[in-house]
Design a binder for this molecule. Structure first.
Ligand SMILES: C[S@@+](CC[C@H](N)C(=O)[O-])C[C@H]1O[C@@H](n2cnc3c(N)ncnc32)[C@H](O)[C@@H]1O
Length: 498
């Protein structure tokens, strides 16, 4: 076994490496203990979990499915279907808006997990999982679960006597604290939730040293992203690493019921990534950061002058900017560039809000309408390169090594490097030697992207990119091999072949 489970008073169970692990080493493979609709989900088929319009129903229980084939899938037929059918609880009218949440489906995944009570997996693994029932009890989530799940299952589905209210709340807590988001196995897979009792033992860190990928059969594979020495802890991340400290900590407190104290959270500079740093409005080159980021209500102050901003004012300003980001047209390059200009005098260039804009732009340049590679002038190629390098500097800190984030950024970076180099060479703005050097740099970037993305499930979006990246790498390597000859011809007196 490559890992060992330990336990302490602070986090409960956690995982350490049982031997030295290399970067990219797979140390855990696991099938899901349960897969089902997310807690907040639009209408989905209870067979394949694809999004549905809400007008086709299972012939036995009357709940949502795509059609008879999905109705007969064991995941539905052998689970909630029999319970709903025997209690004669029909699915009510689905929401008019098929993208809106469907509270009726909240009971499905908890019920699927309850149906495993007494199984070997339940007794050996699931029952040991953290539910935080004491912290959840009486809170808003608990009260909503009481109505939508506990009462519904006990009263409407007539399960009193089979399960207790406490047991159903325990299952709701286990899912809330431990479940992972997966993609349904249908094409364009929508978000669903899956429970992996071994993977869930890993503690959280805002700089994770592992990554996992879930395949279309809902098997998860977990690997390291950096070398991990024997005895060192293995961490996953329960939140979005590109968010600033106050947002990550709030999410972890509200949904996972603990206060993160990791070294990134404790450092006002976020280990140099500066995702929470604001520009001082009073002095030049002063940076405003939380006085103590581990205190939720901490005020913010400039490290250079005496300027201070209250926590409330800072949070309000952050919220206003975030709202503007949330409602952006997902395809708009111009609006994102405008917002960057608008806020660059208020935020650190690496602040999470500017970084979110830059991250989106690093992917939109080359793809968005009017901004495909064919249409982009050199200036915009340079912009895409700059944006990718910005993202890479941050990823090197918050998700170092063979992380999916780095793999995707490196993939984005290779194409503009090649295209810009070619264009400059054609304009005689680069010598043949400089062209070769730049192509070799792009080759290194693309080779790293291939190395990382090849660790992903081949059917996933990243896995498919890996295949494309491998093909591009072969082509690039051929080009580079032939380049010295071609440059000799074009440049005449340049001798770079040797
Ligand atoms: C998914 S579970 C992890 C496994 C859990 N420790 C157990 O014993 O089953 C998540 C819970 O573990 C604890 N935990 C995980 N990472 C932590 C961290 N960095 N700091 C404090 N508690 C943490 C919290 O109680 C959290 O709600």
């Amino acid at each position: 076994m490559a890992y060992e489970v330990k336990c302490n008073d602070k986090v409960g169970r956690y995982v350490v490496a049982a031997r030295d692990l290399e970067a990219g080493e797979e140390f855990l493979e696991e099938t899901a203990a349960v897969v089902g609709p997310k807690h907040h989900t639009p209408p989905v088929c209870l067979g394949c979990l694809a999004l549905v319009a809400g007008d086709t129903f299972c012939g036995r229980c009357g709940w949502l499915v795509c059609g008879p084939e999905c109705a007969d899938l064991p995941v539905h037929k052998d689970a909630e279907c029999a319970i709903f059918a025997s209690a004669n609880v029909k699915f009510g009218p689905p929401p008019e808006d098929p993208t809106a949440d469907c509270p009726q489906l909240e009971c499905v995944t908890p019920l699927r997990l309850l149906l495993s009570v007494g199984s070997e997996r339940w007794s050996n693994e699931v029952v040991k999982m953290e539910s935080h029932s004491e912290k959840r009890r009486g809170g808003a989530d608990w009260e909503a679960d009481q109505v939508n799940i506990v009462n519904f299952l006990l009263e409407r589905c007539k399960l009193t006597g089979k399960y207790t209210a406490e047991q159903i709340h325990q299952v709701c807590g286990i899912l809330a604290v431990n479940a992972f988001e997966a993609r349904s196995s249908v094409s364009g897979g929508n978000a669903v939730r899956a429970l992996y009792p071994q993977l869930a033992i890993l503690s959280h860190n805002c700089v994770p040293n592992t990554s996992h990928s879930i395949s279309s059969d809902y098997k998860v594979r977990v690997r390291t992203t950096v070398p991990v020495k024997k005895g060192e802890e293995l961490f996953s991340t329960y939140t979005h690493t590109l968010q600033p400290t106050y947002a990550r900590r709030k999410h972890l407190k509200l949904s996972k019921y603990f206060e993160c104290q990791c070294s990134r959270c404790a450092d006002p500079e976020e280990l140099g990534s500066n995702l929470s740093t604001i520009k001082c409005p009073k002095c030049e080159w002063g940076w405003v950061r939380a006085e103590n980021p581990l205190i939720e209500a901490s005020d913010y102050k400039c490290g250079k002058c005496e300027f201070k901003m209250s926590n409330a004012d800072t949070m309000k300003a952050m919220e206003i900017i975030k709202n503007q980001l949330d409602y952006l047209d997902p395809e708009s390059v111009e609006m994102r560039e405008q917002l960057i200009k608008k806020y660059h005098s208020f935020l650190h260039p690496k602040h999470a809000h500017l970084t979110a804009l830059k991250h989106a732009l690093s992917q939109l340049y080359g793809r968005a309408l009017d901004y495909t590679f064919d249409e982009m002038p050199d200036l915009l190629m340079e912009r895409k390169i700059e944006l990718c390098r910005h993202m890479l500097q941050i990823a090197d800190i918050i998700e170092p090594g063979l992380s999916r984030l780095r793999g995707m950024i490196l993939y984005e970076l290779h194409a503009p490097l090649i295209m810009l180099a070619r264009s400059l060479y054609q304009q005689n703005a680069l010598t043949g030697l400089a062209l070769l050097t730049r192509m070799q740099e792009a080759e290194k970037v693309l080779a790293q992207a291939v190395q990382i993305l090849s660790l992903e499930d081949p059917e996933s979006m990243e896995g498919q990119l890996a295949a494309q990246a491998r093909f591009s790498l072969q082509q690039l390597q051929q080009t580079i091999t032939m380049l010295p000859q071609q440059i000799d011809i074009v440049d005449g007196d340049e001798h770079i072949g040797g």
